[in-house]
Design a protein around this ligand. Structure first.
Ligand code: ADP
Ligand code: MG
Length: 247
């Protein structure tokens, strides 16, 4: 369980990114974090991960979150990942073992077996020896998920994993996440395509610097909350774009 109490993040020179965020999230779940650009979605993940300083309390299973970081596997927003780093797919996935094995230590046979299994899970086993710079965006995102799998963390945080990727990769990632949820994991995904929200997420955290709503998707994915997060124009824009009703 993740609990946030009165969480506030203030960036120097850039003001308040998150204010008075309170929620508790009980897994297993696939929870979406939604809200407009600049709403503080990435900042929320980084606050939980202790990458960004915050005030207020964040706990995981009743312990301060910063003492539970090994329990969280994280894929940051794509723009921030170095795609050109010269390593192979299987080396990249093996980096997920470092909380257990230690960085630059030799992996044991068992760890390599985990790497292979993770690559099979995301259907990337054929690419094990390929350089990561030679992958498509969707293939790379699957490799990053495989890296999370070998970490064997109870919590998986993905920041906009579907941006700019192919439909097959998106499907494989969602299938994998559903299986992980069924195995008891708590998954938090920053996401911005509202048309997929009902299909993908059982719970939602809706942000716009403050918490607009949190809870079961059926309860909180409603017009009033969406207008509070995105403004009135959301319905004109999104409904026209997707040619269907959102809620
Ligand atoms: P989202 O992911 O919802 O688009 P972010 O969490 O990235 O939003 O950013 C929230 C706000 O905080 C934005 O105004 C952004 O410009 C600002 N911000 C994000 N990271 C930093 C940083 N490292 N330093 C200063 N301001 C930042
Ligand atoms: Mg972001």
């Amino acid at each position: 369980m993740i609990t946030c109490k009165n969480v506030q993040v203030i960036y120097q020179n850039n003001g308040t990114a998150l204010d008075d965020i309170c929620f508790s999230l009980k897994g297993p779940t696939i929870t979406g974090v939604i809200g407009p650009n600049g709403a503080g979605k990435s900042t929320l993940l980084k606050a939980i991960l202790a990458i960004t300083p915050h005030t207020g309390e964040i706990s995981i299973n009743g312990q301060p979150a910063k003492k539970q970081l090994k329990q969280i596997a994280y894929v940051e927003q794509k723009s921030a990942v170095d795609f050109t780093f010269p390593i192979t797919v299987k080396e990249c996935v093996s980096l997920g073992t470092y909380p257990e094995v230690g960085l630059f230590k030799t992996l044991k046979r068992k760890n390599w077996a985990d790497v292979e299994l993770a690559l099979r899970t995301v259907r990337m086993e054929e690419f094990a020896n390929r350089q990561i710079s030679e992958l498509s965006g969707g293939q790379f995102q699957r490799v990053l998920l495989a890296r999370c799998l070998v970490q064997k963390a109870d919590y998986i945080f993905l920041d906009e994993p579907f941006v700019g990727i192919d439909a097959i990769s998106e499907q494989i990632i969602m299938e994998t996440l559903r299986r992980l949820k069924n195995a008891g994991k708590t998954i938090l995904i920053v996401h911005h395509d509202l048309s997929k929200v009902r299909e993908y997420f059982d719970q939602l955290i809706i942000l716009n610097k403050r918490l607009v709503a949190s809870g079961r998707t059926n309860h909180v994915f409603q017009k009033e909350a969406l207008v509070r997060a995105y403004g009135e124009n959301i319905f004109v824009d999104e409904v026209n774009k997707n040619d269907r009703k959102l809620y």
